[in-house]
Design a protein around this ligand. Sequence first.
Ligand code: G3P
Ligand code: CA
Length: 349
Amino acid sequence: MICALLLSAGGQVQAGEAAALAKAQGIPYPAVIAHRGASFDAPESTAPAYLLARDLGADYLELDLQRSRDGVLVAVHDDNLLRTSDVAQRFPERKGSPVSAFTLAELKSLDAGSWYNQAYPERARPAFVGQKILTLDEVLDIAEGNPAKAPGLYIETKVPNLFPGIEADLQAALQKRGWLDRPGRVVLQSFDRGSLALLHKAIPHVPKVLLLWVGKGSIEPASGQSFAESGEADKAAFYARQQPKSKAEFERWLDYAKAAGAIGTGPSAALSEGGAQSYADLVQPWMNNMTHDKGLLVHVYTVDDPVDFKNVMEAGVDGIFTNRSGELLRYYGRPPSEDEGALLRAHGY
Ligand code: G3P
Ligand code: CA
């Protein structure tokens, strides 16, 4: 019904109409989605990253949902804890094990901040040492902790095949906290269309987004090759050359999104400077037009530089996942009241 109302005579959904679609879902337009919190300026998915993103004024705090061995929902991105904690020192015999192999007490015993100081000495802060992995409840507490900002949550079910039933667990957790009452306060996302369909069954009225990329388990590439098969050394250069096999293949995934109950897609972007976050360009104007024509929104991941903000906005996206919420808010003409350093210091970091 919404689709029918939004489609113009020419079949193109214009920016104003995409804004109306977002509004109908309670989603800000264009949306600022703080990817693992303000994770450029603080260790990803920790309290300083989420406090900073909240106080900067991000619309959503983004998190990757996993579950501890004893059944507690936690915010961790990677399949294991090696990159973002001291698990190799604390639990050497299980250092490469998945998050699901650790109890909450074990996860809470890890230092999830020192790795950041070592990786980014120019942005290191002593108070990041010893930061903890957060539970979903703790991220909700942070989101609720500044009523003047009141960001929503943008939650991804990560490696959902490892966590059977996590969709129903999430429903129960959000219901218990009263987070399912306001439209658009929560957006749910997954690369896994099966998990998205389970989320739709468990939590039908919450907007959902199917994440897209070119490769195994998502859009089939024209090259027919994976990065590993290509023998290429530069991942960003490899992905910059990747395209969907055909327009019909791209459209097939839009139809999967709709079939799973999604109101939008989360495609990758090719970034002007390359780097670890640069993937196939799935926000070309024809792609965004096709997505809009199907009544779906486009929230692109993960973009941090003004030159790329401009490129993807001009290509027609409706929101951006970013590690630099402050920069994106400034680009959108919604500058934060204080800068990142001042806000971190105000929280004692
Ligand atoms: O959830 C959007 C974006 O975060 C997807 O990539 O790997 O950072 O979770 P990833
Ligand atoms: Ca994510």
